[in-house]
Ligand binder design. Structure first.
Ligand SMILES: Cc1ncc(COP(=O)(O)O)c(C=O)c1O
Length: 399
């Protein structure tokens, strides 16, 4: 991407220097030279060798209903009902009236920041987490402020840091459940504490649940909160979409499910509808196909889950007892976090792995880990690539 700096000709939102870093420069050079690379960062399911039911997916968009344009701000009833059915299958009762469609989870964030925050207001976002928050918030002129997740054998919210991050300008707390890349779910006691903090401070809760169907089979599920979509005490927005739920990021279909005190829900929904009505961004074609795409999504989810589990098992088995690396415990999601020795910086490790071993990994600082040194590996990577890449990573860190 070209360098983008502040210029008085443009809005002050553009505070990012987009200059290519050393890692992306080296990657470009390797690719230009035609060198074969083992990419352990692949997180696009459509490029990961997962088999999709192509004929059925194409049939799903053949519904002639979409030939007539019926603008509806919150989305067509059939699509919203399909989302309600998705939750019902997971044991949650969500009325379709509480669902508002968006083109993606990213768009859902932009609606929610418009709904909840004035320019300069703050939203609390976890750290480490999804690197897009800086842009999603910044482009709405909202300030993302970090609170910490701490690892002590499992990841948990550091409530001291959450409390310390509160200011009179805080408008909402964002959780990613399970978090990307740590794969950590919200625990029941954390959920209760979080709701109390939001209630006491008049904050809304935004819960990004795009990975919540991907629970590791080894996880004791009793203590995990899979979704906060049934929350009644605090105004809560649960986000998800076909991108992860059905492994279809290219379809561009997501949603916001609103829960909380009934009057607050009604009020928030009518404001959200006004925002959505301004853009009407979800295509009719997608809305008509949504019930079928969600049905078909179950098969893609299973295929992704199998891939993720196999790669994770391989990684765990490949780690010798005397390896200086360890995999951090995760309860779900699509990623593994590998803790590696701190005798080099994450950037040096990632550069060395690319330069000497032709392996692409993500350094932890991409996700704002508070300390070094971590590498993030995508468990969606094709299995043979993953196994070969992991062998090289482990050999390199073993020195
Ligand atoms: C935590 C999280 N939320 C949202 C998204 C993006 O979802 P969408 O494609 O619906 O914008 C991603 C994509 O990787 C993600 O990791």
């Amino acid at each position: 991407m070209a360098d983008i700096r502040y210029s008085p000709q443009y809005s002050g939102r553009f505070i990012w220097e987009m200059r290519a870093n050393q890692l992306s420069q080296l990657l470009d050079a390797k690719r230009r030279a035609g060198i074969s690379l083992l990419d352990l960062t692949e997180s696009n399911p459509t490029r990961s060798g997962i088999t999709y039911p192509s004929a059925q997916l194409l049939e799903a968009i053949a519904d002639p209903g979409w030939l007539v344009y019926e603008p509806t701000s919150a989305g067509l009833p059939r699509a919203r009902e399909a989302v309600a059915a998705y939750y019902a299958a997971r044991g949650y009762s969500v009325s379709p009236e509480r669902v508002l469609l968006t083109a993606s989870t990213s768009e859902a964030y932009s609606y929610l920041f418009k709904l909840l925050a004035d320019p300069g207001d703050e939203v609390l976002v976890p750290r480490p987490s999804y690197p897009l928050f800086e842009f999603l918030a910044g482009l709405e002129a909202v300030q993302p402020v970090h609170y910490s997740l701490a690892y002590h054998g499992e990841w948990r919210i550091d409530f001291d840091s959450l409390g310390a991050a509160l200011t009179p300008r805080t408008r909402a707390v964002v959780i990613v459940n399970p978090n990307n890349p740590t794969g950590s779910f919200l625990k029941r006691d954390e959920c209760a504490q979080l709701m109390e903090l939001c209630r006491a401070n008049g904050l809304s809760l935004i819960s990004d649940e795009v990975f919540s169907d991907f629970v590791s089979p080894a996880t004791a599920k009793g203590n995990l909160v899979r979704s906060v979509v049934d929350e009644t005490g605090v105004l809560t927005f649960s986000l998800s979409g076909l991108s992860k739920v059905a492994g279809l990021p290219q379809v561009k279909a997501g949603w916001i499910a609103v829960s909380g005190p009934p009057d607050a829900c009604r009020d928030a929904l009518s404001r959200l509808e006004l925002i959505a009505d301004t853009y009407l961004s979800v295509s009719s074609l997608v809305q008509h196909a949504m019930p079928r795409l969600l049905e078909l999504g179950a098969a893609m989810q299973t295929a992704i889950q199998i891939r993720v589990q196999r790669n994770l098992s391989h990684l765990q088995a490949a780690l010798a007892a005397d390896s200086p690396a360890r995999v951090l415990a995760a309860e779900g999601g699509w990623y593994a976090t590998l803790e590696i020795p701190r005798n080099r910086s994450e950037e040096q490790w990632a550069l060395e792995l690319l330069e000497l071993d032709n392996v692409i990994v993500q350094p932890g600082y991409f996700y704002d880990f508070e300390r070094e040194a971590y590498l993030v590996l995508s468990l969606l990577t094709p299995e043979h690539t993953f196994a070969a890449g992991v062998a090289r990573v482990l050999a390199r860190v073993a020195g």
